[in-house]
Design a protein around this ligand. Structure first.
Ligand SMILES: [Zn+2]
Ligand SMILES: [Zn+2]
Length: 375
């Protein structure tokens, strides 16, 4: 039998026919990158291929790399193998990678969400025979609310804080969540201030032609009483730091899909937890997998074991694969001052998952997306 078009190796997903890798975690010659999060875009490859909206963020995070960029739907040939990028709806510039050769078609989802966020090009199902899907939130308990409802809650909370004399600080990771928050805040309430890590990513995106709402970078010279009239967007790593404490009485909100877990808000020391994720929820995963019409599905990220079992039970041909992809929320950004020293809070989520479903026991290292979380 012929070798499959894609293989899972200790460097990453490999196409031996085309001699390239997809999101490899060890240095290789040719890397196709789904998106610029640190667990997918590693430093050290000779050549990179990515969507053109990932360009400036990749340069900012990885420095001088040899990068070719393409549009969605544009085909690149490598050693006779066709590579084409399709929108993944995860963050700005994120792509699913379709690989085809002599009628054999594979799609690597990277991270994706099916819900439209208003800033990322909306997810598009891509028909294929083999689908490699993430399943960060592959449990039925994860069901996202409408984005408009979540931002109603956030804007109302901000207004109430103002009335109570509290500054508002909202946390979300620097690529994706921060811009999604920024574009959906009600700027009639006040101006938006940013932590340096967030603003560096905003600037990279603006260099790439992305139009974002106005923001002011917080520096040592920014008057604190001015900041108090607005809202601060900060990365999760800024939580509880002296940087944050110096802003005085504030209410702190945390935006994450993990906020769906009981106790997550308390452990994050957040006053408010908003369930907002850039990954597909349960229904999103099911509909995306279904829409590919695939013969075989491979699962990475998150609840791979239980999700694979479930898919096999309902008639899919599903297989769990081990990768180093993790959860960007717990993956320190490279090349930034945003370097959380803390490991992913392993164990805490295990307990929470057990709260939801006592029968569910996750393999260690998969609770928050695996070892990639601490690289
Ligand atoms: Zn990601
Ligand atoms: Zn990921």
């Amino acid at each position: 039998m012929a070798k499959p078009l894609l293989e899972f190796t200790d460097r990453g997903i490999y196409c031996s026919k085309g001699k390239f890798y997809i999101d490899p975690w060890k240095p290789v010659d040719d890397a196709v990158i789904t998106h610029a999060h640190a667990d997918h875009a590693y430093w050290g490859h000779k050549n990179y291929l990515a969507h053109h909206l990932s360009k400036e963020v990749l340069y900012y995070r990885l420095g001088e790399i040899n990068l070719q960029t393409v549009e969605y739907g544009e085909t690149v040939m490598k050693n006779g193998v066709e590579i084409c990028l399709f929108p993944a709806g995860h963050v700005i510039g994120s792509a699913q990678i379709r690989i085809s050769y002599k009628g054999e078609v594979w799609v690597v989802s990277g991270d994706y969400k099916t819900q439209e966020d208003g800033i990322s090009t909306p997810f598009e199902p891509v028909p294929c025979q083999h689908f490699i899907s993430e399943c960060t939130f592959g449990m039925p308990v994860y069901q996202w609310k409408e984005q408009a409802d979540i931002f109603n809650d956030i804007n109302t909370w901000w207004c109430n804080n103002q009335q109570n004399g509290l500054l508002t600080v909202i946390a979300g990771y620097s690529l994706g969540k921060a811009q999604r928050i920024l574009q959906n805040l009600d700027l009639n309430i006040g101006p938006v201030y940013t932590h340096g890590v967030i603003e560096n990513t905003n600037e990279a995106l603006r260099r790439n032609g992305v139009v974002l709402n106005p923001t002011t970078r917080i520096t040592a010279d920014t008057p604190k009483d001015e900041i108090r009239k607005g809202i601060i967007i900060a990365p999760p790593s800024a939580i509880g730091t002296p940087w944050m404490r110096k802003f005085g009485p504030y209410s702190f909100g945390y935006c994450s899909g993990w906020m769906a877990l009981r106790g997550a808000k308390r452990r994050r020391a957040a006053d408010r937890g908003f369930i907002l994720s850039d990954h597909a929820d349960w229904d999103g995963l099911m509909s995306a997998i279904d829409a590919t019409g695939c013969e075989k599905v491979y699962l990475t990220h998150g609840y791979t074991a239980s999700f694979t079992r479930y898919l096999n039970e309902i008639g899919f041909d599903a297989q769990e694969v081990h990768t180093l992809y993790g959860d960007e929320e717990y993956t320190p950004d490279s090349n930034t001052e945003d370097t959380p020293s803390k490991s992913p809070p392993k164990g805490e989520t295990l307990n929470e998952v057990n709260d939801i479903d006592n029968k569910q026991v996750l393999p260690l290292g998969e609770d928050l997306g695996g070892v990639g979380g601490n690289i």
